[in-house]
Write a protein that binds this ligand. Structure first.
Ligand SMILES: Nc1ncnc2c1ncn2[C@@H]1O[C@H](COP(=O)(O)OP(=O)(O)O)[C@@H](O)[C@H]1O
Ligand SMILES: [Mg+2]
Length: 237
């Protein structure tokens, strides 16, 4: 079925073209990404695979606007992010993207609820009543309402990761990037987390791009893309 350009832009949360990244360290340069083309549709649940060192984290950092590519174009929710200043990018990132990392990166002196609300705090400069309500609802959604007032350091690994998922969803971003989110968890906790991600992706229409080494996780995704020699190869679905 053919669509016009406007329709395609509406349907896509992410469009990357010709993304390259070369790291230069003294006289050693490493050409990690060599022309990444990737489209992600709304509410897609996509696994990003590839051997260790293939550039998955580098790609997620670039798509997450945390790292600038050496070349190429990235549009997120219709916005060309390559041209944005650091100040604009910070605001854009906070409203449009959610992140879940292998090591949760929660703020240790904050409670579970304060960590979840943090992305809203950054926008409003204070804890609003609406943010508190949404934060509590998200904690309930990830099965942690009884832990809202716990300091994040008191939570188990799986609980911390569920707080990180709730935090990633706080500002209702259309795209969540997850870098080996279960890399640190046992099997049982891994399945619970992946099921949770998939449920919230369906419920909220959020797109997830999840890097993983785990073929069983990829099997639960709608689609798998592989980083091979610095480019994307689509796995047959
Ligand atoms: N900041 C950096 N400076 C230099 N090289 C880097 C940097 N970050 C990553 N690399 C290199 O880029 C390659 C891809 O790394 P990475 O994106 O972490 O791969 P993956 O997440 O797939 O394991 C590796 O060879 C790594 O050593
Ligand atoms: Mg990595």
């Amino acid at each position: 079925m053919s669509r016009d350009a406007g329709g395609a832009a509406d349907r896509l949360v992410l469009r990357a073209r010709g993304v390259e990244k070369t790291f230069v360290d003294g006289d050693v340069s490493t050409h990690v990404l060599r022309g990444i083309d990737l489209d992600l549709e709304r509410a897609a649940f996509v696994a990003l695979m590839g051997p260790s060192g293939s550039g998955k984290s580098t790609l997620l950092s670039i798509l997450g606007t945390l790292l600038r590519p050496s070349a190429g174009e990235v549009a997120i929710a219709g916005e060309n992010v390559i041209g944005l200043s650091e100040t604009r990018l910070t605001a854009f990132r906070n409203r449009t993207l959610g992140f879940v990392f292998q090591y949760h990166h929660l703020l240790p002196d904050f409670t579970a609820l304060e960590n979840v609300i943090f992305p809203s705090f950054v926008i409003h400069g204070r804890e609003t009543a609406a943010a508190r309500k949404r934060g509590l609802a998200l904690l309930d959604r990830v099965g942690l309402s009884a832990r809202a007032r716990y300091r994040s350091t008191k939570l188990s690994g799986g609980q911390k990761q569920r707080v990180a998922v709730a935090r990633a969803l706080m500002n209702r971003p259309p795209l969540v990037l997850a870098d080996e989110p279960t890399g640190n968890l046992d099997r049982e906790t891994t399945w619970r987390l992946v099921d949770l991600l998939k449920e919230v992706a369906d419920e909220q229409g959020t797109t997830f791009l999840i890097s993983t080494h785990d073929a069983e996780i990829a099997a639960r995704c709608d689609r798998t893309v592989n980083v091979v020699d610095g480019r994307i190869e689509e796995a047959p679905s």
